[in-house]
Design a protein around this ligand. Structure first.
Ligand SMILES: O=P(O)(O)OC[C@@H](O)[C@H]1O[C@@H](OP(=O)(O)O)[C@@H](O)[C@@H](O)[C@@H]1O
Ligand SMILES: [Mg+2]
Ligand SMILES: [Zn+2]
Length: 177
């Protein structure tokens, strides 16, 4: 099974240090919707694993988060593709949950849902915690330069991290190679 897992903020949509608190603030990055649709039409299942501590912080509620994800699904469907399982961590950094990246809990949930191995599975993110989550379960860490990616580039990355400009470049790589 061709499964790709994506981080959300900074990979699919613009991120903000003020959090993405509404559907109106949830704005796709250039080419990201098309990239997901192209991957989907090429036989890839595209899942999402996203930290959403804004829930615990009271910045927005689950219904608003679900509306953002419905917007993502509608936009991809309009391009003829579909989005797979979306898993989020609603907890705050101090709650000690098992799902907040850099812990790999969400990656495990997705892999178990599709009954696939996490080994070498590509997980695409813009933050160091995304890459560390991938490394923790022997998945392939993939950094994009969008969102916080340029800043993350200046940090010590997990050995073997792949680096791409954006999600469109990743789609081109996976579809044409
Ligand atoms: O990139 P993903 O995982 O999809 O989502 C990141 C968001 O949950 C937010 O995560 C926060 O980190 P803290 O959760 O406050 O440490 C900040 O980095 C925000 O700028 C960002 O919007
Ligand atoms: Mg991110
Ligand atoms: Zn959590």
């Amino acid at each position: 099974m061709k499964l790709l897992i994506l981080d959300r903020d900074g990979v699919i949509n613009y991120d903000s240090d003020a959090y993405i608190k509404s559907v109106e603030e949830w704005i796709p990055l250039p080419g990201s919707i098309e990239a997901i649709a192209q991957l989907s039409k090429a036989g890839w299942t595209v899942a999402v694993a996203t930290n959403q501590s804004g829930i615990a912080r009271g910045y927005y509620d689950i219904a608003t988060l679900d509306a953002m994800h419905e917007r993502l699904r509608v936009l991809v469907a309009e391009q003829g593709g579909e989005v797979g399982l979306i898993v989020y961590c609603p907890h705050g950094p101090d709650e000690g949950c098992d799902c907040r990246k850099p812990k790999p809990g969400m990656l495990k949930t997705i892999a178990e849902h599709y009954n696939v191995s996490l080994t070498h599975l590509w997980f695409v993110g813009d933050s160091l915690g995304d890459l560390e989550a991938a490394k923790a379960v022997d998945s392939q860490p993939v950094l994009v330069k969008t969102g916080k990616g340029e800043k993350t580039l200046g940090k010590t990355l997990p050995v073997g991290t792949l680096i791409f400009d954006d999600l469109a470049a990743i789609a081109a790589e996976l579809i044409h190679n």
